[in-house]
Design a protein around this ligand. Sequence first.
Ligand code: KIV
Length: 272
Amino acid sequence: MYTSTPQDKPWTVPMLADAKRDGRKLVMLTAYDASFARTFDSAGTDLILVGDSLGMVVQGHDSTLPVTVADTVYHVACVARGLSKALLVADLPFQSDATPERALDAATALLQAGAAMVKLEGAGHKLDVIRFLVEREIPVCAHLGLTPQSVLRLGGYKVQGRDDATAGKLRADARAVAEAGAALLVLECVPTGLAQTITAELPIPTIGIGAGPHCDGQVLVQHDLLGVNSGHRRPKFVKDFLAEAGTIAGAVTAYASAVREGRFPDAAHSYD
Ligand code: KIV
């Protein structure tokens, strides 16, 4: 059984590896403003992500593609003012990481606004970007599986890695992003068994979203945790914790305990 106790000191990037080594599950939520960030932080959330999901749940777009670096910097600065312990991760928006130099400019702006780590989607040519950023003292979180910035190529938001070939590619990409220097890996919409294998193979923590219960941590989008209708289809892995808890702080505490105790996600919120 896992511990259900949140950490009492501010998170740093090296502590993520310590958590994996010690078998402590990481609890992550997205946030986009100072007040929700403060509520999530004081309810014991370990990591806050200013995701480019903000394009869909805050700005009302159909995808994350319209989000800009300026949009993200604005929300990172708002969220940073609400945090005292959680580690702040910020998404590099669509094509802001197309080259190492562009990624360095965008990541520098995000760190100067208050982020401690940037997240980017994919492997392939992004491996050079990861290496370039890490060599320049910018901590990186990778993101594999369903990568929403690839929605046009993928033709929709679909589970990834269901056959042997794509599962093998995902495993190889996961090893490659860790070798390139990523300190954390988000796995989105990946079958439970594949996410479990990747988690066991990697030295860095994995954070699942629709990737089953065996990842080293979990992330949910704020609006999904709170049952807010963002105008988009609700995927299978989403759970409205506010419905049972009754208060926002209670919903976060219930989510955090369920993650730390290995009760969320269950089979009903995961893919085979
Ligand atoms: O943009 C976002 O919120 C994300 C999470 C869904 C992991 O990337």
